[in-house]
Design a protein around this ligand. Structure first.
Ligand code: ASP
Ligand code: MG
Length: 427
C-alpha cells in the first residue's frame, strides 16, 4: 500500500463546494488503495483577511508576534475541520490534527519558525486505523516556549514535504489552481507551457527567482530529504509536473538548457554613491546591511574613478526585498559619517528576470541569447548576476513583463495553446 501526502492550497479549499470536491478526490485516492495524509491551507484569502483584521485593532499587530501566530493558525484549523467533516459526511473516515498534534516541532521564532523535528505518531495511528489524516498546514509547536508557531507565508507546502519525509511517503502531491510547473507564470505569459518534469535544483532556483508555484523552503526541505514532489491542479485530472530529487532510473534525457523564466517584482535597489575605494569599505557597508537582518541578492561595484589613488571612490549597488528598503536605507544613512559615501539612491521600481536550466552547465551562448532578446525588445539591463544554472537581470519594473515575454519566445518556450488557470486571486 502506498502512502500519499496531498497538500491543498487556499484556492483549492476556497468555499464549501470546493471543500466537498477535495473531500471526493481524497476519498477516491484512499479507495484506490492508498494511505492518505492531507495538508490544508486556510480557505481562500483567509490569512490576508485575518492580517487585515489584526491591523484594524493595532497599528503594528506584529508587535504581538505570539498572538499573530495564534490568530493566523486558526485559518488552517477551520479548513482542516471542515474537510474532515465533509469527508465523514461523504462516507469516508477522517480525523484532523493541528501542527502540534501532528508532531511538527519548530524553532521559537514566531511568524518564521523552522521545523526542527517531526514525530507524526498520531498520524501513523490514525492511518493504521483506516483514517484519512488531515493536518493543518503552516504551523508547529516549540517545546521550550510551549507555544504555537507559524512557518512563514505559504508555509503549508513545507508542512506537506516535512510530513512526507517523516512518514517516508511514496509521493508528495502539491495541489493548486494550475496544472503544474510552467515555463513561466501563465498569468503573465499565456504561451507558457507545462513541464512534465523538472529537477529539484532548477526548481529551487526558479522558486528563489520569484516563481510562486512552490514555497522555497518546501523545495529546500524536499531536496535535503530526497522527497519527490508532484505539482498538479485540484480542478483537473492532469498528472501535473514531477519535481524529482533523484533522476528517475533509466532516464538518460539531457537536461533542458532553459526550463523556465521567472520574474520578481518584490525587489528594490540601493546604490551607494562615492564610497572610498579602500580595503574594508565593502565589508563595513555590508556589515551595516547584515545588522539590519536582510537578505541581499545581487551586488555590483563599478570601476573606481578619481585622479589619484588616495581619493578614488566607487559606487556599489545591491538588490534587496522591497519591504526592507526603508529600513536598510535608514541604517545606511545613519552610518554615512563612518562609511564616508557621498550619496544614497533608492529605487523601488525594479524587476528581476531570471532564466533557469540545468543544461546551462554544459551549454554556452545562453547569455548571448538572453541579451539579444532584451536588446531587440528595447529593454535596458541595470544589473546582471549568474549561477551555474541561472542568469538574472534587473530591469525597470514597468518593462519586466515585456522582457519576460521576449525572453520566453527567444528560448523557444512558447506553446501554441493557452495555459489554463482554474481559480485563485493570486493574492
Ligand atoms: N495560509 C498561509 C498563507 O496564506 C499558509 C499557506 O497558505 O501555505 O500564507
Ligand atoms: Mg494562502
Amino acid at each position: 500500500m502506498a502512502l500519499i501526502v496531498q497538500k491543498f492550497g487556499g484556492s483549492s479549499v476556497g468555499d464549501a463546494a470546493k471543500i466537498k470536491h477535495v473531500a471526493r478526490r481524497v476519498i477516491e485516492t484512499q479507495k484506490a488503495g492508498n494511505q492518505v495524509v492531507v495538508v490544508v491551507s486556510a480557505m481562500g484569502d483567509t490569512t490576508d483577511e485575518l492580517i487585515d483584521l489584526a491591523q484594524s485593532v493595532a497599528g503594528d499587530p506584529y508587535a504581538s508576534a505570539r498572538e499573530m501566530d495564534m490568530l493566523l493558525t486558526s485559518g488552517e484549523r477551520i479548513s482542516m475541520a471542515l474537510l474532515a467533516i465533509a469527508i465523514n459526511a461523504q462516507g469516508g473516515v477522517s480525523r484532523s490534527f493541528t501542527g502540534s498534534q501532528a508532531g511538527i516541532m519548530t524553532s521559537a521564532k514566531h511568524g518564521d519558525a523552522r521545523i526542527s523535528e517531526v514525530t507524526p505518531t498520531r498520524i501513523r495511528e490514525a492511518l493504521d486505523e483506516g483514517n484519512i489524516a488531515i493536518v493543518a498546514g503552516f504551523q508547529g509547536f516549540n517545546r521550550d516556549s510551549k507555544d504555537i508557531t507559524t512557518l512563514g507565508r505559504g508555509g503549508s507546502d513545507t508542512t506537506a514535504v516535512a510530513l512526507a519525509a517523516a512518514l517516508d511517503a511514496d509521493v508528495c502531491e502539491i495541489y493548486s489552481d494550475v496544472d503544474g510547473v510552467y515555463t513561466a507564470d501563465p498569468r503573465v505569459i499565456p504561451a507558457a507551457h507545462k513541464l512534465e518534469s523538472i529537477d529539484i535544483e532548477s526548481m529551487l532556483e526558479l522558486a528563489a527567482a520569484g516563481a510562486k508555484i512552490l514555497h522555497i523552503r518546501a523545495v529546500e526541505y524536499a531536496r535535503r530529504h530526497n522527497v519527490d514532489l508532484r505539482v498538479r491542479s485540484t480542478f483537473s485530472t492532469d498528472p501535473g509536473t514531477i519535481v524529482y530529487s533523484t533522476k528517475p532510473a533509466g532516464d538518460n534525457m539531457e537536461e533542458p538548457i532553459v526550463s523556465g523564466v521567472a520574474t520578481d517584482k518584490g525587489q528594490a535597489k540601493i546604490t551607494v554613491i562615492g564610497i572610498p575605494d579602500q580595503p574594508g569599505k565593502a565589508s563595513e557597508l555590508f556589515q551595516v546591511v547584515a545588522e539590519a537582518d536582510v537578505n541581499i541578492d545581487m551586488i555590483v561595484q563599478n570601476v573606481p574613478t578619481g585622479s589619484d589613488v588616495t581619493d578614488r571612490v566607487s559606487d556599489i549597488s545591491f538588490t534587496l526585498p522591497l519591504g526592507d528598503l526603508g529600513r536598510v536605507a535608514g541604517a545606511l544613512e545613519a552610518a554615512k559619517p563612518t562609511l564616508g559615501f557621498r550619496q544614497l539612491e533608492q529605487d523601488a521600481d525594479i524587476g528581476k528576470l531570471s532564466v533557469v536550466g540545468a543544461g546551462m552547465k554544459t551549454h554556452s551562448g545562453v547569455s548571448a541569447t538572453l541579451f539579444k532578446a532584451l536588446a531587440d525588445a528595447g529593454i535596458n539591463i541595470e544589473m546582471i548576476s549568474t549561477s551555474e544554472i541561472r542568469i538574472s537581470v534587473v530591469t525597470n519594473a514597468k518593462q519586466l513583463d515585456d522582457a519576460a515575454r521576449a525572453v520566453h519566445t527567444a528560448f523557444g518556450l512558447d506553446s501554441d495553446t493557452e495555459a489554463v488557470v482554474y481559480a485563485g486571486t493570486g493574492r
